[in-house]
Design a protein around this ligand. Structure first.
Ligand code: CAA
Length: 390
């Protein structure tokens, strides 16, 4: 039985800051951010968007009535969750009006969360071929103003329906994974900003990639010639390129050209959104599928997932016949083109504006936010969500 990605949705906030302007404000050459880091625009989440609303908005565009009935497992991957106890998935389950006979959980392992969710979903479908699983990868990446990580912030969510006989991509069974206890990036529960050892995190990302790639090759006998493209977790777009470059010499000139060209396409959405942590790999996959019109069904795509701390995995999928018909290219083109640019001072003001943590109430103006699902405030320590379509 084929199991894999049946649908992919995506959402990012309607505001962004231009990396050239951020560079000028931080007194660095714009090329450091646009070439050295490889980012053009950074999504800026208004206070009316949080990981719950981003995920719910991403799922809203893909689910039909049949999905709502058949989804019996919601797995929410995040590393910027809003509650230490209650799963963010339960809010999304309600906001989307899913059938109540469902399991709903949140999973965490830095940017690896959504991949863990997908693998869990695959097992669930193998046992329950008629059901569908909603996997959500949603995060707001916050390092802080004027920090070295600032240029690698971002916000957004990806929603995936995992099912039998998937319309977009069948996941293959062979995969290679690795865990090691390292402190390259972490966020203690008392902090709303990540702590990071930037250089060490870059080294570990590449080291994990080389280990899982070698292990994968041993298991499968596959090499670069077997891949149309390899998509990466992209904390910033230069990072995946650095990892890809370490293996390009294993292939022919043709392999090098194909994989480099397709890498560029797969990084395009990420270049314009920033790091969305656990959804980043799937945003990269979406960028490739939606922007490379001649990508043929039957192609094998490699996927490298990395979650600091750290867990890495290399796995693969095969594009299904007519997969393009099931993408939401128009909606995503509109989502990108209708965004509003904010100045650096405006971005800083939005960044500093956070919800009260002293139990006081706050009502937010959701009319300024074009998203269908918004955070309308906080009352009695409970976040108040609104689905404007209901
Ligand atoms: N023109 C072109 N390039 C320039 C330039 C210019 N004028 N000025 C600098 N550069 C280049 C540098 O040469 C460097 O390139 P290389 O990496 O290829 O050498 C690049 O720009 C970045 O410069 P620095 O290394 O000096 O940048 P930095 O130290 O200020 O910060 C960073 C870079 C460490 C990635 C930092 O942004 C950071 O800590 N980010 C968060 C951590 C992160 O994203 N880690 C990635 C792996 S961990 C992971 O993947 C999990 C996750 O999601 C967090």
């Amino acid at each position: 039985m084929k199991i894999g990605i049946d649908k992919i949705g995506f959402h990012t906030p309607h505001l962004y800051v231009d990396m050239n302007n951020l560079a000028v404000a931080r007194n660095v050459e714009p090329e450091k951010f646009t070439i050295g880091i490889g980012q053009e625009k950074m999504a800026v989440p208004p206070i009316t968007q949080d990981p719950v609303t981003l995920a719910a908005n991403a799922a809203l565009e893909i689910l039909d009535e049949e999905d709502k009935e058949k989804i019996d497992f919601v797995i929410f991957g995040t590393e910027s969750g809003i509650d230490h106890s209650k799963s963010a998935g339960v809010y999304v389950h309600h906001l989307l009006g899913l059938d109540s006979h469902a399991r709903t959980i949140e999973v965490k392992q830095a940017c690896y969360g959504a991949t863990a969710a997908i693998q869990m979903a695959k097992g669930h479908i193998a046992l329950n071929p008629k059901s569908r699983v909603l996997v959500l990868g949603s995060d707001i990446a916050r390092y802080g103003l004027n920090t070295s990580g600032e240029a690698t912030q971002g916000a957004g969510a990806v929603a995936l329906v995992i099912s039998a006989d998937p319309k977009i991509m069948a996941l293959e069974d062979q995969s290679a994974y690795l865990t090691a206890d390292i402190m390259d990036f972490w966020r203690p529960i008392y902090s709303d900003k990540a702590f990071v050892d930037g250089k060490f995190s870059n080294e570990q990302y590449i080291l994990f990639f080389s280990k899982v790639w070698e292990a994968y090759k041993e298991k499968t006998d596959h090499g670069l010639k077997d891949f149309e493209a390899i998509c990466y977790h992209l904390p910033y777009t230069k990072m995946g390129m650095k990892a890809l470059k370490t293996i390009l010499d294993e292939g022919t000139e043709e392999d090098k050209e194909r994989l480099s060209a397709n890498y560029k396409i797969s990084a395009d959405y990420n270049r314009n959104v920033g790091n969305i942590y656990t959804g980043s790999l799937y945003l990269s996959l979406l960028s490739l599928l939606e922007q490379k019109e001649d990508l043929e069904a039957g192609s094998r795509i490699g996927l490298y997932s990395y979650g600091s701390g750290a867990v890495g995995e290399f796995f693969t999928g095969i594009l299904q016949p007519h997969y393009r018909e099931y993408l939401h290219v128009e909606q995503h083109t509109k989502l990108f083109s209708s965004r509003t640019e904010v100045t650096v001072p405006e971005y800083e003001e939005i960044f500093e504006k956070t919800l009260p943590i002293d139990g006081s109430s706050l009502e937010l103006d959701i009319e300024k936010d074009p998203a269908n699902i918004c955070l309308a405030g906080i009352k009695d320590n409970m976040r108040q969500y609104v689905n404007k379509l209901r």
